[in-house]
Design a protein around this ligand. Structure first.
Ligand SMILES: Nc1ncnc2c1ncn2[C@@H]1O[C@H](COP(=O)(O)OP(=O)(O)OP(=O)(O)O)[C@@H](O)[C@H]1O
Ligand SMILES: [Mg+2]
Length: 475
């Protein structure tokens, strides 16, 4: 391959020169432009740039315009924005316009070099893609569904990965397409969606399909870390910095270095931690507890919550500035009720994999069972479907799972909140406690007695689950 080339657009000659030297040292050829007009001329001359870096304020217009044009006419060129110091809004806007990343002034050369390396990996992926066979198709149709038109995907490997997200509904197809785009960007993504809709799966795909795929993917459940340990978990600590710190400890940010940190259930972050996190995300450095030095970090942040964040921002329990920073792009995972057409396909897939995992021959679903699954109200979405099938496989005596094996009514908490009438001989408190106890027991069973998991399914914090279990004497 010939030498890779970058385009640097900035009206300050000093900065142009600094960027030119830095990129050249990384083995790139560099073209520079001092305004929009000359940048456009460069792009018209050659469209094989491996990277474009543009300033925001240019003499004849805004760098955002250039980002827009490049995304329209040269989609394959990763473009990053140079933003003024402290202008978080500008960085966010640039990411929303399709910049894959940003670097703020004064330019930190290490941050810049990380950014360039990511861009070059994107470019390399594209080159490999072009060399690979062009078309690939997704998922075979089961007998019960009519086959869908084959979907053309980027390359074999990517399509294989994307197949982990099962479904042929329009809603899921859109999610897959969005994931492919988000994987290229370095922008923070907030993944919304009800419990069990596949938020974590989506986060992994964004990581696995992107330029950081070879680096770590670290998932952390923000609701499961006791608040007094949080800072040390996230940023690490130095031996002796507090009682009990008997060795140096690496934080999650350091563990995710070069890769992705997935902040799951981010709505559960206590406010003081939100402040610290915001600082880290903005400054791209962490300081371990008791440490003297700030460590540079290069980590992409993905986050998720089954609770919508907006209302929490409004009632003051989630910081607006952090919300703004995490939610640069939102990916919404549709719930099963919005894509009932996918239920049979998902069920077939899970039955196969349960059989495989448990070393048993795969069961099939009877017509009545399929119909019942299609009708069921899933408060726990795909995760609940998996649980129902696991239970059914355990209960089922033959090869075919029947409606009865599914025992759907046993623990149904109707989605319409249709709780039975309160018996007259019971007080309201009594009755509510009873319902709560049943819900807790069901959740524990479904989570296979994993409390963290049960808390997650119930949408409550680990602490609050622990409290409730104690209250009801459930062990
Ligand atoms: N479209 C899908 N195709 C295949 N498997 C899926 C799909 N969606 C979800 N799953 C599976 O369902 C289970 C739940 O998914 P995941 O943990 O990603 O959901 P979540 O949205 O993070 O849930 P929660 O809000 O409870 O944390 C996982 O086993 C996941 O692999
Ligand atoms: Mg999750």
């Amino acid at each position: 391959m010939s030498q890779m080339r970058a385009l640097v657009v900035d009206d300050e000659p000093d900065l142009r020169e600094l960027l030119d030297i830095t990129l050249s040292r990384m083995g790139l050829d560099v073209d520079t432009a001092e305004d929009l007009a000359s940048a456009r001329r460069c792009l018209a001359d050659r469209s094989d740039y491996a990277l474009c870096l543009t300033d925001m304020r240019l003499p004849d217009g805004n760098g955002l315009t250039l980002i827009k044009e490049i995304n329209r006419d040269h989609e394959q060129i990763p473009v990053a924005m140079i933003t003024a110091f402290g202008k978080v809004e500008d960085a966010v806007t640039a990411l929303k316009y399709g910049a894959f990343d940003f670097v703020s002034k004064p330019v930190d050369l290490e941050v810049l070099r990380n950014l360039v390396r990511t861009a070059l990996k994107l470019r390399q992926d594209d080159a490999e893609k072009a060399a690979a066979e062009p078309a690939a198709t997704v998922g075979k149709a089961p007998a019960t569904e009519k086959p869908a038109a084959p979907e053309v995907l980027d390359d074999d490997e990517k399509s294989l990965l994307l197949q982990r997200l099962i479904g042929r509904s329009e809603a899921i197809k859109r999610v897959r397409q969005t994931i492919v785009k988000l994987a290229r960007s370095q922008a923070p993504v907030f993944i919304s969606g009800d419990s069990g809709t596949g938020k974590e799966l989506a986060a992994r795909l964004i990581h696995d399909l992107g330029p950081r795929s070879e680096e770590p993917f670290i998932a952390v459940n923000c609701g499961a870390i006791p608040s007094e340990l949080m800072e040390s978990e996230f940023f690490g600590h130095i031996k002796g910095s507090f009682t009990g710190a008997d060795a140096d400890k690496e934080g999650l940010f350091q563990a995710a270095q070069g890769g992705t940190l997935f902040l799951d259930e981010v709505a559960d972050l206590p406010l003081p931690m939100q402040v610290k996190l915001l600082r880290v995300i903005q400054e791209k450095t962490v300081r371990p507890i008791g440490g003297r030095q700030e460590l540079k970090i290069d980590v992409r942040i993905l986050s998720a919550s089954h609770k919508p964040l907006k209302p929490l921002v409004e009632d003051g329990s989630f910081r607006n500035d952090l919300y703004y920073r995490l939610n640069v792009i939102e990916l919404h995972m549709p719930c099963l009720a919005e894509r009932r057409g996918d239920i049979a396909l998902l069920a077939g897939h899970f039955l196969d994999s349960i059989g495989e995992q448990w070393g048993e021959p795969p069961r099939t679903l009877g017509e009545d069972a399929i119909e019942a699954l299609r009708q069921h109200n899933y408060s726990g979405n795909v995760r609940e479907l998996v649980n129902i099938l696991q239970r059914a496989v355990t209960l089922c005596e033959g090869d075919v799972i029947t409606r009865d094996d599914l025992s759907l009514d046993q623990d149904a908490i109707p989605a319409d909140g249709g709780i039975a009438e309160r018996p007259e001989d019971r007080s309201l408190d009594d009755y509510i406690e009873d319902v709560e106890r049943r819900i807790l027991e069901n959740a524990l069973r479904e989570a296979r007695y994993n409390k963290t998991e049960a808390a997650r399914q119930l949408g409550i914090t680990f602490r609050s689950l622990r409290y409730k279990l104690k209250k009801y004497g459930i062990d």
